[in-house]
Design a protein around this ligand. Sequence first.
Ligand SMILES: [Zn+2]
Length: 253
Amino acid sequence: MRAFNPKRGWAKYLFLFFLSLGVLSPCYAEDPRFSADAEIIVFVTNSGKKYHRDGCSSLSRSKIALSLGDAARAYGPCSICRPPSPEKAALTPPLSSALYRVSVAEPPGFSAVDISRLLRAEVVDHVDGDTVRVRIANPPPELGPVETIRLIGVDTPETVHPRKEVEPLGREASDFTKTRLLGKTVYLAFDWDLRDRYNRLLAYIYTEEGLCHNAEIIRAGFGHAYTRFSFRFMEEFRVLERGARENRRGLWE
Ligand SMILES: [Zn+2]
């Protein structure tokens, strides 16, 4: 049997007719990754009373995608994954399509990631284990050509705090990031908040091999999962930290 081909004769017009009716449009128009004014998608289950971010440990197989507005009318926010309220979402400006925001999209995960969708940058300076400076060749409107990045969801021991001593393993954690990132091409993905109160960019940094460096720090035991502020990979980072503790890596030796 010949596959349906929208370029073929009358089939094209039939296809456009259905498209114009809106029957087929959800497949194309609603992918939040490619829209600057994306709707926030959250998930509910058949039996639950809460709405969740994708990937929440309390989501079952029966997860159902809803827009945040619809979900918040009938469900409460989950206390584990802490999805945003519509009020918070309204205060968060949409990002241009060059910025891949994991909280509204299928997350890229931690390894073997397709980095082609992420924003490319060069690491030009190294501050400590969880902070670097990058240069962005063609920055989108939200970003400058050079930005300080605070890695999302990970906290490494202090090395540069003006009033604190260098903490144990601070130097090792700092060297771990320096060795892996300094001078390298990296790829950036973003989460709920674009910047912190020090105006640092909040990002996940992926290497050219498609590894999430934020996760690698925790996996290697050079940092804690930093769960004070919610982020998309909170549960996954907690699991990585538990693994590092159990295997007595880095800080947990
Ligand atoms: Zn949840």
